[in-house]
Design a protein around this ligand. Sequence first.
Ligand SMILES: [Zn+2]
Length: 262
Amino acid sequence: MEKLIDTHCHLNDDYFWGNAEEYINNFENDNLQYAFVVGYDFVSSKRALELAEKHENVYAIIGMHPSDAEKWNVEFEEFLTNNLPNKKVLALGEIGLDYHYENFSKQTQKQVFIKQLEIANKLGVPIVIHERDAVGDVVDILRQNKHLINNGGVVHCFNESVETYKIYKGFGLKFSFGGAITFKNSKNAPKLLAEVDVKDILLETDCPYLTPEPLRGKERNQPKNVFLVAKKIAEIKNMDLNELIKQTNKNVLSVFTKLKEI
Ligand SMILES: [Zn+2]
């Protein structure tokens, strides 16, 4: 079978830190080609970089998550500017807006999001967007800053309406799907995925969160479970599983263009 790529995982999370290598050393057996470790603040971005520099099958994505926007400072900005050109750093992320928890300033989130769009554009790298309960404002910011969106990117854990899919697609973005689409109560996912072009789909786990069915509630998520996500999408789209994986891998190369340089 075609090897899988987990385009969004958090082996840099405290849950994995200390034994992340055990998982990475198993990638070969788990039929995983690559995992992209995504940063959400300074510490996690440095950890992502550390793993990427040590392991051939790991790449880093570095950035400041909206829920950590208050931690933005000059040092982090310099860190991004210095490290985004690294050949093992694929993109700037995860960035965006998250209004799920009300204790984070919307104003700060917006400023830090826009600042990172500017940096990504200046350095010519794609972006990875995190958006939760904030779709209206994310779309507004993308519209107002259209001139900064020139290098593509991915909306991660995508589970919005078909209309929203079309709007994001208009900005040249692609979409990664994770464990949430396998949940038994997910009524939206089958409807949405039926409409999403297979050329727009990437696979992710967002581990250690969002364990897919049938493992949900039984164990913490890990990169190899990206297989369960692929299986579910192939089922919904009535596609051969191997063909689906092949196509999603092609899509990965089309967004994260540095992979081609290797
Ligand atoms: Zn994430």
